[in-house]
Design a protein around this ligand. Structure first.
Ligand code: EPU
Length: 439
């Protein structure tokens, strides 16, 4: 695995050390560079499979998920060239000659976004064979909407022994598809398939996350006909041969919201370049109510704690522009230190409270009833040995550790590496006492 990652993503350094040690209680001050969005770059990389021409992505985040997807694409015959200019990591992909089989089960098991290969390979090659995708254990994470949509477009899909085998011998055709829920992944998969399918596809109840708009914008640059960007109805005029493109990946809104919480929790002040309030959706208002002061400037967002301090709020996760489920765990860390009580309802994923037990080890007062957590603010968290259980849980524990008294030691760091680009170094540059060591 390490060898494959090293050839597909030469910048990926297996992190030196399996433990993260954080001495808490230091304010974070300075500029924290916000990377390109993990959840935008993954579908953008897959979009390169739709054309034999070169697709160049700029502002690519250097995280483990990107390295794993690069290895997967390489196994499919996609050629990749990486370059760095002034700190900007760029990836040029060439899918001139690809083969729809040869997908690596180990790699697919590591990431949910690999399911997007289904739509793109079906559209380009008329066939795809894929193990069921893995990813974070945060819920059932079915792919029935993806499969039903592709079937409506003419695909024949068989699920056998943990394998998905999809074929479109006569090519895909346009369809009118109503998603039962605005699923991010299903919207992206169907969009990728529809741009090469013959005729018009309408995706109703589509997800509206900014990462989908970023994908659609890149596809439009490649020559695709897509209207309704940012709305619940996407209309795709398919069948056009796509050209190459050069596209800058949008800023990571989850990293943005997470670092805003970190600034407020440590009573510091962070400049978050390229940050915008609209990227946060209604989370911007929730943060303001909780005492996270966010000021929009030309260069980005400035985040600090409001003079009145942190105070408890109620949040319910929702599809965009509602409160992002990916910000739920970091926000819970924030609210453990807020005056009064908060209620957090998780409506997107069934098992996304696995950070609760770990935050409790640090002294947090949290009670869970079904999909609702009740948080009572405490004066201080204290350092402890904790385990990261998924990408966003990992971020929540880092935030707790930065604000806690004493030392916190985190393990399970693959989860952190999957979603965050050089987090240790960026935090250290803002004054955190943080080191990666061997256990
Ligand atoms: N769902 C189904 N059937 C489907 C598809 C989805 O029942 O065919 C359900 C899911 O089980 C879930 C809900 O619909 O309960 C929403 O899932 P969605 O498809 O929107 O999520 P996803 O595409 O699997 C992406 C992000 C997640 C993020 C969610 C919601 C990527 C690679 N992943 O997942 O990101 O939480 O959208 O915004 O884009 C993360 O970055 O930590 C992460 C988990």
């Amino acid at each position: 695995m390490k060898f494959r990652l090293a050839t597909a993503a030469p910048w990926w350094r297996p992190a030196n050390g399996n433990l993260l040690r954080i001495q808490g209680g230091r304010p974070l001050v300075g500029t924290y560079p916000i990377s390109g969005a993990k959840n935008a770059v993954l579908p953008l990389m897959v979009s390169a499979l739709l054309t034999p021409h070169l697709v160049t992505l700029r502002n690519v985040p250097a995280n483990l998920d990107v390295a794993v997807l690069a290895a997967l694409l390489q196994r499919l015959g996609c050629e990749m060239h990486w370059s760095t200019r002034a700190g900007d990591l760029a990836l040029t992909l060439s899918a001139d000659r690809i083969r729809p089989t040869g997908i690596d089960a180990d790699l697919v098991a590591r990431m949910r976004a690999s399911v997007l290969l289904l739509g793109a390979l079906l559209a380009r090659c008329g066939e795809a064979r894929l193990p069921m995708p893995g990813g974070d254990a945060i819920g059932l994470r079915a792919i029935d909407f993806h499969i039903a949509g592709l079937r409506a477009m003419g695909a024949v899909v068989a699920l056998e022994g943990g394998l998905i085998h999809a074929k479109a011998p006569a090519g895909l055709h346009g369809a009118d598809i109503l998603l039962p829920q605005p699923s991010v992944g299903a919207t992206e998969n169907l969009l990728l398939a529809a741009v090469l399918a013959d005729g018009t596809t309408t995706i109703r109840n589509a997800a509206r996350e900014p990462e989908i708009t970023d994908l659609a914008a890149c596809l439009i640059t490649m020559g695709a006909g897509i209207t309704g960007l940012g709305s619940h109805v996407l209309t795709v005029t398919g069948g056009r041969a796509l050209a190459g493109a050069v596209h800058g990946v949008m800023p990571d809104r989850i990293e943005l919201g997470t670092l805003a919480c970190a600034a407020a929790m440590t009573d510091g002040e962070l400049m978050l370049p390229h940050g915008r309030l609209d990227l946060l959706g209604t989370a911007a208002e929730s943060f303001a109510a909780a005492g996270v002061d966010l000021r929009e400037t030309e260069g980005g967002l400035i985040a600090r704690r409001a003079n009145a301090g942190l105070c408890g709020i109620d949040i319910t996760t929702q599809p965009f522009p509602g409160f992002a489920t990916d910000l739920q765990a970091p926000t819970m860390a924030l609210l453990t230190l807020a005056a009064g009580a908060s209620t957090i309802s998780e409506t997107i994923f069934e098992q996304r409270f696995r950070h609760v037990d770990e935050l409790r080890k640090m002294g947090a007062d949290i009670a869970v009833h079904g999909r609702t957590a009740r948080v009572r603010g405490v004066d201080r968290l204290r350092g402890a040995a904790v385990t990261c259980t998924d990408v966003r849980a990992a971020a929540a524990l880092v935030l707790g550790a930065l604000a806690a008294s004493g030392e916190t030691v985190l393990d399970g760091l693959d989860h952190l590496d999957r979603g965050y680009d050089r987090m240790t170094g960026k935090l250290a540059a803002c004054g955190a006492a943080i080191v990666r060591t061997d256990g």
